[in-house]
Design a protein around this ligand. Structure first.
Ligand SMILES: O=C(O)c1cc(=O)[nH]c(=O)n1[C@@H]1O[C@H](COP(=O)(O)O)[C@@H](O)[C@H]1O
Length: 231
C-alpha cells in the first residue's frame, strides 16, 4: 500500500465550504479531488488555493471529446500543476494516445493520466441500456487493457474489479477506486461498492471517498478511522 491512499472528493456547491474542509484536512494524510461541480463554480483558482495549502490535487473532469479537444484540455490541466487528471476510456485509443502525446510537450512534472472505465454508479442493466451487453467487470477489463495500450498511467474502476485487473495488468498501472463505503455508510447513487480495507487488500492504489467523509458529523475522525482500518 502506498503511504497516502485516500483521495477526499471535495464535492461542494461553494468554494468556501471546500476550503474550510481542506483546512481541516492534513495534506500528509490524504490528497483531494476537485470535480465538475466545484470546478465549474470556482475555476482554476480553487486548484491554486489547494496547492497553497500543500495538497496534491486530482482534477476529475473526466474529459471525453475528440482527440484534439481532449488533449488540449489535458494540457491545460497539466499547466495548472495538478497531480492527477482523468479522461473517459470510452473516448477510444486515438483520444487517449493524443492526451499522452500532448503531455510529452509540457515542461515540468506531469500529472498521472488516468482513464475512467465504467462509472461505479453503473450496473449491468445500465450498460445494457446504452448498448453494452457485457457485465461491468468484462467492460472494465476491456477498457483497462485499451487504456494501458494507449499509454495511460492507470484507470478508475470499482474496487470490485481490482483483483481481476491486478492479475492481468502490471503492478505500476494505477487502480483508482471510488464507490468506497465504510461498513454501515449510505450507498447513495453508487452501485459497485466496497469497504476501504477490502479495497486496499484487493490491490487498489487510491481510494476516492467523498460523502462518507465530507457529510459525516466529524469528518476528521472518520478519515482517521479509515486510515487506521487500512493497517
Ligand atoms: O472519476 C471519479 O472520481 C469517479 C468515477 C467513478 O466511476 N465513480 C465516482 O464516484 N467518481 C467520483 O468519486 C466521488 C465519489 O464520491 P462519494 O460517492 O461521495 O464517495 C465523486 O466525486 C465521483 O464524481
Amino acid at each position: 500500500m502506498n503511504s497516502k491512499p485516500i483521495i477526499v472528493a471535495l464535492d461542494y456547491a461553494d468554494q468556501s465550504l471546500a476550503l474550510d474542509m481542506a483546512k481541516r484536512l492534513d495534506p500528509q494524510q490524504c490528497r483531494v479531488k476537485i470535480g465538475k461541480e466545484l470546478f465549474t463554480l470556482a475555476g482554476p483558482a480553487i486548484l491554486e488555493k489547494l496547492h497553497e495549502l500543500g495538497f496534491e490535487v486530482f482534477l476529475d473532469l473526466k474529459f471525453h471529446d475528440i482527440p484534439n479537444t481532449t488533449a488540449m484540455a489535458v494540457k491545460a490541466a497539466a499547466q495548472q500543476g495538478v497531480w492527477m487528471v482523468n479522461v473517459h476510456a470510452s473516448g477510444g485509443r486515438r483520444m487517449m494516445e493524443a492526451t499522452r502525446e500532448v503531455l510529452e510537450t509540457v515542461a515540468g512534472p506531469k500529472p498521472l493520466l488516468i482513464a475512467v472505465t465504467v462509472l461505479t454508479s453503473m450496473e449491468s442493466a445500465d450498460l445494457r441500456e446504452i448498448g453494452i451487453d457485457l457485465d461491468p467487470q468484462q467492460q472494465v477489463l476491456r477498457l483497462a487493457s485499451l487504456a494501458a495500450a494507449s499509454g495511460m498511467d492507470g484507470v478508475v474502476c470499482s474496487a470490485q474489479e481490482v483483483s481481476v485487473l491486478r492479475a492481468q495488468i502490471n503492478r505500476e498501472f494505477k487502480l483508482v477506486t471510488p464507490g468506497i463505503r465504510p461498513a454501515g455508510s449510505d450507498q447513495g447513487d453508487q452501485r459497485r461498492i466496497m469497504t476501504p480495507a477490502e479495497a486496499i487488500s484487493a490491490g487498489s492504489d487510491y481510494l476516492v471517498i467523498g460523502r462518507p467523509i465530507t457529510r459525516a458529523a466529524d469528518p476528521i475522525s472518520v478519515l482517521k478511522d479509515i486510515n487506521l482500518s487500512l493497517g
